[in-house]
Design a binder for this molecule. Sequence first.
Ligand SMILES: [Zn+2]
Length: 102
Amino acid sequence: MSLAGEAVDYWLTNAGLERRADMWGHQSTYQLYNALVNETAKGFGAVGMRYMTMADPRVDDICEPFHGREYSIGQFKPVVPRHVNCRCWFEGIWARPQAGLV
Ligand SMILES: [Zn+2]
């Protein structure tokens, strides 16, 4: 049996189906959470959204460059989760410091 054949067969096993269901659940939960945060932040007057990663050694090269980037409300921004097992989220930016104020 070829390696490619074994890889395809894995996803049809109970373990493979369970893993896919788990990944789908994770992805769906993060999508829903982030959609709710986005809409809630807008509704409560956020001036922007900040891309956040877990900032730990498991953050990958796809997400790491976006950590801390800020987006205005309505500005195009990445959709999170960006990939399977992505743990990123957006947090609201509630106010920007006024120039000249401490
Ligand atoms: Zn991520």
